[in-house]
Design a protein around this ligand. Structure first.
Ligand code: CA
Length: 241
């Protein structure tokens, strides 16, 4: 389930947003101050942040700037909310690293559409779309992984963690992901889970992909991490008996 952090000190607005997000299937956490928001992000990296500009104490703008300056949070999608409508403020928000910008009052339909658009661009693993890389196809909605055409598809059976791991790899193919990055994005915890946990689940994933001759798509990049690539010679899968 995708995680969204709502940073908003007006509880009525925070609740309204949360209800809509939960209804759409997201897991939602609320922070009322910059300090609470930072503590939440330090724990679990959300898939997206909805960030109010005007907060008591440190502003949302300063928070967005800080996150953009930190390697761990640099890619984290941020949508800023504000009551200000002036052009200069919008530019300041986007300069601070917000991916999108919404002026209060806004319709929840518009907010949901903006969230989906930002996720599609920056965190496609948070959406339920079918993804194909090379001969592999993954469908988060039905939790099915198959190799081959619809006509003669062979199903790959995966445990829950291996499924999430493969989904993350397939939504970010050809890129190398370090173990801490994978813990953050797949497990949601970079502090309390040991890095070798990643190795254990990559091994299981390769074993599960082996019967359909796709294990070699998961590459170990020495000293860096793991990568899923379609740039390997994937041998034709044997037809099901
Ligand atoms: Ca506010």
């Amino acid at each position: 389930m995708s995680r969204i952090l709502v940073v908003e000190d007006e509880s009525a607005i925070a609740e309204l947003i949360s209800i809509n997000l939960r209804h759409a299937g997201f897991e939602v956490n609320i922070a009322a101050t910059a300090e609470q928001a930072q503590a939440a992000v330090d724990g679990v990296l959300p898939d997206l942040i909805i960030l109010d500009w005007m907060l008591p104490g440190q502003s949302g703008l300063a928070l967005a700037k800080r996150w953009r300056g930190d390697a761990r949070t640099r890619e984290m999608p941020v949508i800023m909310l504000t009551a200000r409508a002036e052009e200069a403020d919008k530019i300041a928000g986007l300069d601070a690293g917000a991916d999108d910008y919404l002026t209060k009052p806004f319709s929840t339909n518009e907010l949901m559409a903006r969230i989906r658009a930002v996720l599609r661009r920056k965190a496609p693993e948070a959406l339920d779309s079918v993804v194909e890389v090379g001969p592999l196809k993954i469908d988060p909605a039905t939790r099915r992984v198959t190799r081959g055409t619809d006509h003669e598809a062979r199903e790959v059976k995966l445990g829950a963690t291996e499924f999430r791991l493969l989904h993350f790899f397939m939504t970010h193919p050809e890129r190398v992901h370090s173990r801490p990055q994978l813990l953050d994005r797949v497990w949601g915890d970079h502090v309390f889970i040991e890095e070798r946990t990643v190795d254990v689940h990559v091994k299981r994933l390769r074993e599960a992909l082996s019967p359909v001759q796709c294990a070699q798509m998961i590459e170990t990049v020495r000293g860096a991490g793991y990568r899923l690539t379609s740039q390997v010679n994937v041998t034709p899968a044997a037809l099901p008996a």
